[in-house]
Design a protein around this ligand. Structure first.
Ligand SMILES: [Fe+2]
Ligand SMILES: [Fe+2]
Length: 130
């Protein structure tokens, strides 16, 4: 069973942004699947993929926000920077080993993803449609 389920309410109505969000969801689900398999190196690789995928997604989303004239673009960009910083910090802790459980990383990733997409990205949804 999937750890996180994708819901239609997460959709922004922009095909590429929605596909990118879905891909990030799948990576977080994959992380949870791999916990059961006891493959720590693979967990690290998934977080690396999340860092790469999120960096690319944020860059694209920032360009879209510019095109649609979203007024709080700069605040949203700062949030993206913070989110990447949190992921990098998590990756560093995982590399150092010992002090971080895979389950706590999984819970952090769920918050990281759902809070941002549900709460923050919906702020510009109206501008996409308008
Ligand atoms: Fe965003
Ligand atoms: Fe996003």
């Amino acid at each position: 069973m999937a750890f996180l389920s994708w819901h239609d309410r997460y959709r922004l109505g922009h095909a590429e942004l929605d596909a990118q969000h879905l891909k990030l969801f799948e990576l977080v689900n994959h992380f949870d699947d791999v916990i059961e398999m006891d493959m720590p190196a693979e967990l690290g690789r998934i977080v690396d993929d999340l860092i790469a995928g999120a960096t690319e997604h944020f860059r694209f989303e920032e360009a879209v926000m510019e095109q649609i004239g979203f007024p709080d673009r700069s605040g949203h960009c700062r949030m993206h920077e913070e989110l990447i910083g949190q992921l990098r910090q998590t990756r560093t802790k995982m590399k150092a080993g010992g002090h971080v459980s895979a389950k706590s990383v999984a819970m952090f990733l769920v918050d990281w993803l759902t809070y941002h997409i549900l709460r923050e990205d919906t702020e510009f949804k109206a501008y996409l449609q308008g």
